[in-house]
Design a protein around this ligand. Structure first.
Ligand code: ADP
Ligand code: MG
Length: 246
């Protein structure tokens, strides 16, 4: 069933996340062990001071990562107020090493905190999926830009009321999406990545965003020389969320 598929994809994402986290925490702790070893084994007092500074920096990194993880795994049965800027900054911090392994640089344009009602673990999954796709498309030397643009309540061109909220967009300068592929993007199991893809990322993401009363859209103009893809997620500041929970 669709529900079982979503549950499976969530487990797979959690598994990959656990591996990433282990990796992220292992490296700085390894550095600290090495620095302590050097300090015990003949480092001069001046060197020791330097090594202590380095160890402190590495430990700060571990602290940042664990703080981000606490946010991720705290279960929420009811929607809570989430600051999108803070959430995206944490996600980018967690993904930092993976992104740099892919050779991708990220920039952000998130001018101010903006709060929405949401199930945070689910939203994190969405943005992690979208940033992963962008990075995979951008590849070595590529760029991914994450931005948040607040939206005012207003009346649209054809008279419909527009809700206040925010558009979170993830833009890359990667391979782009050919016209004939675009209609299939949100179909479950649609992937162009062969056995490296599940084809569930966008499908699950759209389900989560819809449940939050939001919308997700993708634009990619392959006729444009600069190519690339932009995924835009609209979330209302004060949505009516379907019950159900994480
Ligand atoms: P997967 O990443 O496992 O293939 P997704 O559902 O996340 O599954 O994405 C489905 C397909 O959409 C991808 O295989 C890819 O062809 C396309 N796609 C998604 N995001 C991008 C992007 N930023 N740039 C280019 N193609 C993309
Ligand atoms: Mg994907």
């Amino acid at each position: 069933t669709q529900e079982a598929l979503i549950a499976n994809e969530k487990l797979a994402v959690a598994g990959r996340l656990a591996a990433t986290i282990a990796h992220e925490i292992h490296n700085p702790l390894d550095s600290v062990s090495n620095l302590l070893y050097l300090m015990r084994n003949g480092a001069s007092p001046e060197e020791s001071v330097h090594f202590m500074d380095m160890a402190e920096q590495e430990l700060t990194r571990v602290t940042q990562i664990s703080r981000a993880m606490l946010g991720l795994y705290r279960e929420s049965k009811a929607p809570v107020v989430v600051d999108l800027k803070e959430m995206l900054e944490e996600i980018l911090l967690l993904m930092e090493r993976r992104l740099s392994d892919l050779g991708v640089t990220t920039t952000t344009e998130m001018p101010e905190p903006i709060e929405v009602c949401a199930f945070p673990a689910e939203l994190r999954q969405v943005f992690t999926n979208l940033i992963t796709n962008a990075a995979e498309a951008a590849g070595q030397g590529g760029q991914v830009k994450v931005s948040i643009v607040p939206q005012c309540a207003s009346v649209g061109a054809n008279g419909q009321k527009l809700q206040p909220g925010a558009i979170i967009s993830i833009a890359d300068n990667g391979v782009g999406i050919p016209d004939d592929v675009q209609p299939h993007l949100f179909q479950p199991f649609f992937t162009t990545k062969g056995e490296h893809g599940t084809g569930l990322g966008l499908w699950v993401s759209r389900g989560i965003i819809n449940k939050h009363g939001g919308t997700i859209s993708i634009s990619s103009d392959t006729s444009d020389a600069s190519h690339g893809t932009r995924v835009s997620v609209f979330l209302a500041t004060d949505p009516t969320i379907n019950a159900g929970g994480d």
